[in-house]
Design a protein around this ligand. Sequence first.
Ligand code: ARG
Length: 590
Amino acid sequence: DCPSSVKKQLATVFEVSLRTTVPDEPDVVPSVDACAAKSGVKFADYQCNNAMGIFAKIKGKQSGFRGPPAVGQAIVKNLPQSEMIESCSVAGPGFVNIVLSKKWIAERLERLLIDGIDKWAPRLPVKTVMVDFSSPNIAKEMHVGHLRSTIIGDTLARMLEFTHVETLIRRNHLGDWGTQFGMLIAHLFDTFPNPDDFNEAAIGDLQAFYKASKVRFDNEPEFKLRAQLSVVRLQSGEEKYRKAWERICDISKAEFEKVYQRLGVRLEAMGESYFNDLIPPTLDKLDKLGLIQEDDGARVIFVEGVNIPIIAVKRDGGYNYSSTDIASLWYRLNVEKLEWNIYVTDVGQWQHFDMLFKAFRHAGWLPKDENEFPKCTHVGFGLVLGEDGKRFRSRSSDTIRLVELLDEAKKRCKASLLERDAVKDWSEEEIEKTAEAVGYGAVKYADLRINRLTNYTFSFDQMLNDKGNTAVYLQYAHARICSIMRKSGKDIEELKQNGKIVLDHEDERALGLHLIQFPEVFEESLTNLLPNVLCEYLYNLTEIFTKKFYTNCQVVGSPEETSRLLLCEATVTVMRQCFYLLGIVPVYRL
Ligand code: ARG
């Protein structure tokens, strides 16, 4: 529910008219949409396009309407009195063009400045939501795919938080279990006979350590045997093995933490290991329901419409990624009682989740209707490509350390900051903080601004360009508005209480209209779990401010100064909310 959505409020008004216009067609739902911000000449702010559909429906009946435009006329005539609407007219084949009242727009903005943007948040029909995101694997690399999951997942979590869901869990489903620990532990014992010696400093690069152990596993039969035995001893809970496992996890997590700290991302870890003991009883339940069958020595679950099964127990009796997800989803639904479970991974895992959710539906553990709560949603994303169009890799090795990647973004931002005269009087700390905000923000925005389902090309040059559709450009615009307001020397808080907003200039009006559309765009972005919708809105807002409003409407020193300063304040309020939702830290001068 989104009471602040202009679109929905208009639909409510049109609904009244439709009931009078075609009383015999109670099923017709009002269809009102915003006219695109960018489409050159605009005759209207919103458009209602019910007339054509209605006419097609009632054509044969004795309706008295000669055509869709006549239906449109009647819809306009039957509209109830509304403060929102300035005027309506029928165009073309029967579109009802709606022009909003600029006084109404202005009042809504004045309210925003007094009440805060929180009042614009929609409400969700659920209380408990979990976003399972980031979820890297211990000792293996945390790769750019995990970076995408972290960035997209964090934004979705922030968006959900904004709607005030009662419980929001940001879950790190760490890959902290599995056969890889056998070889890691065996290699660890060989390298450091004294367990007190293995710490981060000694092991250094855990990924390299992982690779070294893998080489031995593949080439030394004796080592392989010991590795396999180590898994068994770890799983049976032997102290020494347990300790070694914990140590390895701690070292890995410390490395992940460096990435999260830079990105300002919080996560609650509950790794795969946590669910290990829950696997047998959960599979038992599925077995009793008759869902598990024998297939070539393995225990599998077939689901509707998919010709490969979920492998619940491998031929060697071991468990895998799917077994763990079965147990953890059971736990999430029955112990944590989560109403909405959102999983953020690359699209490659689509089928894994599709089968998992289907199996749960078969078992009656999820409602048959996939839109009903409790609900599970897989949020997929495409690959990260390098500028050569191939999978993103560093030149030197086949992996990329995410910490280094982020540091590089910051370093480049700092270098270009230091080239500017404006920073001469900045403190070292301000320069650092600004470089971080702009650099990390740029990495995030470059990822978020494109539809997550498409592959995305990682390019520092592109994302750090201050002219294109980048976070750098947005940060500049934000800082410029802050500077305009500072230069005015006015007390904005006082203006908010007593000043009025007037939208007489067409560019003031265009800016105001775009601002009050934030709630409906946010709602669209959240409904489809597509952050790029919000990015596009933010970019358009910045463009309207810079290219229209600020180019054609003098702010400081003009007769309209108060109103225009308030418009600036409304603009930064909405911009900062967008930044916040996208996990970008705004900068106030640049
Ligand atoms: N660790 C997995 C990977 O790196 C992602 C886990 C996603 N979450 C889940 N519940 N399966 O691909």
